[in-house]
Design a protein around this ligand. Structure first.
Ligand code: EPZ
Length: 428
């Protein structure tokens, strides 16, 4: 019930560090199931999704906990997995839980995992994951919304994905690490989160080559070991903070991220007129004037990230001229459009395209987050709007942003959170 209150407060200025990558971290946590012993992950973002993954790992029998109050590191010991089942009530909280299927199948020879089902942004089937496991020789049964998988021993195979899928590539890559022989993944996803998982598996003793290309080969080994690993900075969080600087014509430096992980986003902000300097772990962005309109089509990495689409649309609402945003990765990822229109944005949707005519100024009002990135877009719009914007259903934002209001106020935003108690007290 928390809500975030934003006031348009002029150009953002200053330095801010991002947290570790949510999407990378979730896959690394699932991968710890592949080996006995204690893994320590550092630079872990304190997010609802990370808590959900810790809960799943504990339900499977692993010891999985934060290294103390407020810590940004977790300790996971998957020596004993006494119950390779991920139940619906846990999986429905967080789709990426489905990533435990590959490691469980490889390590235990059996797994029962609830199908994740669709979400606000699309149907999101897992057919490519299942295709990969079957190719490795697993027996699969779909039973009342669960995937029952078993294999005495997985065997390497050539798997060509019909569509580039991040979690599909990760899930099958993990399973193949303990299979007999070689597996080749064709049309594999090239996202930085896939590359980081490949690096993590290599550290654990796996034989993985080609991470970051669309052809990954994995030669199975008999066992893996637990390791210590620092999670990379969150490229989408970095892109979101930089987007807020573009929308407010600010000048900020975002630290703790590899600029190569968000090159397509930086290119688009340059097209909008931003001046960008990069160093190995930071990006400085200066926006000397009102953003220019652009055209963008979302695509798998290295294309423009669908997870940045809503935030860019918020920027384009106040750009000079008409922009066209085409969403090609998910079929229902324009839930933020009606909320931006409530703020006075001029957006016309046509199928997978949205045409945005930039307006001089947006007007603050009450808006509702429908999913994680849509929520972040509404916060950006609020920073570029006149008056006060109240963003409701903040729990969506908390799934992927660690205290977004603290990060933004560090660069001068007039933003704060109102907890449920405050809201109720105010209503009384
Ligand atoms: C990952 O989801 C991310 N999540 C998503 O981030 C991100 O939007 C997405 O990759 C694309 O970059 C995590 O890593 C936890 P996909 P994933 O499989 O792997 C279709 C965020 O905001 N598809 O690459 O589930 C699918 O429906 C989240 O942080 C199949 O048809 O996405 C989609 O249209 C949202 N069959 C397309 O492929 C399959 O078996 C790409 O999805 C798998 C996917």
């Amino acid at each position: 019930m928390d809500r975030i209150i934003v006031r348009g407060s002029g150009p953002l200025r200053g330095e801010v560090a991002v947290s570790g990558s949510k999407n990378s971290c979730l896959a690394l946590m699932a991968a710890t199931l592949l080996a006995p012993g204690e893994t320590v992950l550092t630079n872990v973002p304190r997010l609802r999704d990370v808590d959900a993954m810790l809960e799943i790992l504990r339900a499977l029998g692993a010891r999985a906990e934060w290294e103390g109050e407020g810590a940004h590191s977790v300790r996971i010991d998957a020596s004993r997995i006494h119950n390779p089942e991920a139940p619906y009530e846990l999986v429905r909280k967080m789709r990426a839980s489905f990533l435990v299927l590959g490691p469980l199948l490889a390590r235990c020879g059996t797994a029962r995992v609830s199908e994740p089902g669709g979400c606000a942004i699309g149907v999101r089937p897992v057919d490519q994951h299942l295709k990969g496991f079957e190719a490795l020789g697993a027996k699969l049964q779909l039973d009342h919304g669960y995937v029952d998988a078993s294999a005495v021993k997985l065997t390497g195979a050539r798997i060509a994905f019909d569509i580039s899928t991040v979690n599909g590539t990760q899930n099958v890559m993990m399973a193949a690490c303990l299979a007999d022989g070689e597996t080749v993944l064709e049309n594999a996803a090239r996202e930085p989160e896939v590359v980081e998982l490949a690096e993590f598996l290599l550290k654990m003793g796996a034989d993985v080559r080609g991470g970051g290309t669309d052809r990954i080969s994995i030669r199975g080994v008999s066992r893996l070991r637990a390791v210590r690993h620092r999670v990379a900075g969150d490229r989408i969080e970095a892109g979101t903070l930089l987007g807020a600087a573009v929308a407010t014509q600010g000048d900020i430096c975002v630290q703790g991220v590899d600029p190569a992980h968000l090159e397509s986003t930086l290119d688009k902000f340059r097209e909008c007129g931003a001046e960008i300097e990069t160093r190995p772990t930071e990006v400085r962005l200066r926006m000397p004037q009102r953003p220019r309109a652009v055209r963008v089509v979302t695509a798998p990495f290295p294309g423009f990230a669908t997870d940045m689409q809503a935030q860019l649309m918020a920027v384009l609402c106040v750009a000079e001229g008409s922009s066209v945003v085409t969403e090609r990765v998910f079929e229902n990822r324009f839930m933020h459009v009606p909320e931006l229109q409530r703020m006075g944005a001029d957006i016309h949707k046509e199928g997978a395209c949205a045409i945005i005519r930039g307006v001089d100024r947006l007007c603050g009002t009450d808006v509702m987050a429908s999913d994680l990135r849509a929520g972040a877009a509404l916060v950006i719009a609020g920073l570029a709007a006149e008056g006060q914007t109240i963003v409701h259903r903040v729990y969506h934002i908390d799934r992927g942003y660690e205290s977004i209001e603290t990060k933004l106020s560090a660069v001068g935003a007039a933003i704060h959170r109102e907890s449920v108690e405050t809201v109720v007290a105010k209503a009384a």
